[in-house]
Design a protein around this ligand. Structure first.
Ligand code: COA
Length: 431
């Protein structure tokens, strides 16, 4: 017999159904609560609210588990690559040979931006933040496809084409955003390069002089994309679902995800980590002064790259990335003082009762910035890299909304705490 929750309100008892996920996650279903009781639930920051059921990603924050479509992140990091994992996340299965070829070919066929898009890039000032350009340009690129503008799920061009276009073009737009922000000429993608190679090429090649692609650099960046590919209902993914629930098109929904990702408490944390490490280095601190400040609520400082809403154990991605960081720096013979500071900070924080009691561990952003710095990615591009990586997850969540026949527009409630009835006073009579 299924479990039921009992709720006592105003002297009456209500029965609420419960729900159990495939990994035994439990929920009380309050969908009918307001209609039957007149009450709503309040959950500041949504820490206890399941906004959907989803088949894409499973996280057990207490045990440090992350799985895409059931496959542990550790296995994918070791054996797969970003493109194959993107297919897994979006379509639910690892592709067979033929599916992988079809998917890769579609990505290649859809990598070019409409030539007129170049004029839009010219409108941004040099120095504009690439995240601002990225979100604007994802939306702008959708204007070059009339079919997408008249978007209706299942009635237009194949969804697969839009998926490939978005995954492929976001990388081209991201590279162009960077080139534009530096005032450099735009570099076109090459048919013969694979996904991550092509991104590095567009980012760093010069006209008539191709960037030399080192395998360890390509591998490290591909791993960063893969580790960011999905992370269930976080701030940006919920934003994508929210926008998608109004039946907005795929590009508009994912552009909104880019904006949500930008903030320093979410995707912007990788940039904030490097800025924090640079500040510590500049001030000649070994990290101990910063840790003291991060524990003081009045200092306005936090140990960036530490803590997570869900992981109350080590973030499994952080373990993988820490190892990759050591490997890539040693292969490239780079001795980065910021890596030493990061390691000292981690060591000190993991022994400090403030961080231990609050279960604050390094998250994926703590070491990813050091890898990106080592392979030459500029700091202002870090969050853009996260956005490229997260695209498959956003698309998979968009697809779930569209495929759900009973999907309703997302529309939370609130408890109003403002003034009660109040009347308009003409300006001459106001004090
Ligand atoms: N440094 C110092 N203290 C931190 C902290 C950090 N990085 N992260 C959380 N805390 C403290 C909070 O101040 C709070 O203290 P209190 O209980 O004394 O009030 C406690 O730890 C619990 O944190 P909480 O604010 O409930 O966490 P959250 O779930 O709301 O926020 C993050 C999670 C990720 C936003 C938060 O940990 C953070 O800001 N981390 C730094 C930014 C970052 O790395 N973001 C990337 C996430 S992948």
């Amino acid at each position: 017999m299924s479990n039921q929750a009992k709720l006592e309100l105003d002297g009456k008892t209500y029965t609420l159904p419960t729900l159990t996920g495939s990994e035994n996650e439990k929920a009380v279903d309050v969908s009918a609560l307001r209609a039957s009781t007149g009450y709503i639930t309040i959950d500041d920051g949504y820490g206890n609210t399941g906004s959907c059921v989803s088949n894409v990603t499973f996280i057990d924050g207490d045990q440090g588990i992350l799985r895409y479509r059931g496959i542990p992140i550790e296995e994918l990091a070791e054996k797969s690559n970003f493109v194959e994992t993107a297919h897994l996340i979006i379509y639910g299965e690892l592709p067979n040979r033929a599916q992988l070829k079809k998917f890769s070919d579609l990505l290649t066929d859809n990598q070019y931006l409409h030539e007129d898009m170049k004029f839009h890039f010219e409108g941004f000032p040099t120095g504009a933040h690439p995240m601002a350009i990225l979100s604007a340009m994802i939306n702008a690129s959708s204007c070059f496809d009339e079919d997408l503008m008249r978007w209706q799920w299942g009635k237009n061009k194949q969804f697969d084409v839009y998926v490939a276009r978005l995954i492929s073009q976001v990388r081209t737009i991201a590279a162009y955003s960077y080139r534009k922000s530096k005032g450099l000429p735009l570099i076109y993608p090459k048919q013969s390069y694979k996904y991550t190679e092509n991104f590095l090429h567009m980012l760093f090649s010069m006209p008539y002089e191709d960037f030399v692609l080192k395998p360890e650099v390509v591998k490290a960046l591909d791993l960063i994309f893969l580790l960011h590919a999905d992370h269930e209902q976080n701030c940006s993914t919920s934003t994508v679902r929210m926008v998608a629930s109004s039946q907005a098109n795929l590009f508009a929904s994912c552009a909104a995800g880019v904006c949500a990702l930008w903030g320093p408490l979410h995707g912007g944390a990788n940039q904030a980590v490097i800025e924090m490490l640079q500040q510590i280095h500049r001030e000649g601190d070994d990290g101990s002064k910063f840790i003291t400040a991060a524990k003081d609520k009045n200092s306005g400082k936090k140990l960036m790259g530490f803590g997570h809403r869900v992981y109350k154990n080590y973030d499994p991605r952080a373990k993988i990335i820490k190892k990759a960081c050591d490997e890539v720096l040693s292969k490239l013979h780079i001795d980065d003082p910021l890596l030493d500071i990061a390691k000292k900070l981690e060591e000190a924080a993991l022994k400090d009762s403030y961080f231990v009691e609050r279960k604050l561990y390094p998250n994926v952003d703590f070491y990813s910035g050091i890898i990106m710095r080592a392979i030459g990615i500029p700091v202002e591009m870090f969050t853009v890299i996260f956005a490229i990586g997260r695209m498959p997850g956003w698309i998979a969540n968009y697809k779930e909304i569209m495929e759900e026949p009973k999907s309703r527009i997302y529309r939370p409630r609130q408890i109003y705490t403002g003034r009660t009835l109040n009347h308009y006073v003409p300006v001459a009579e106001r004090k």
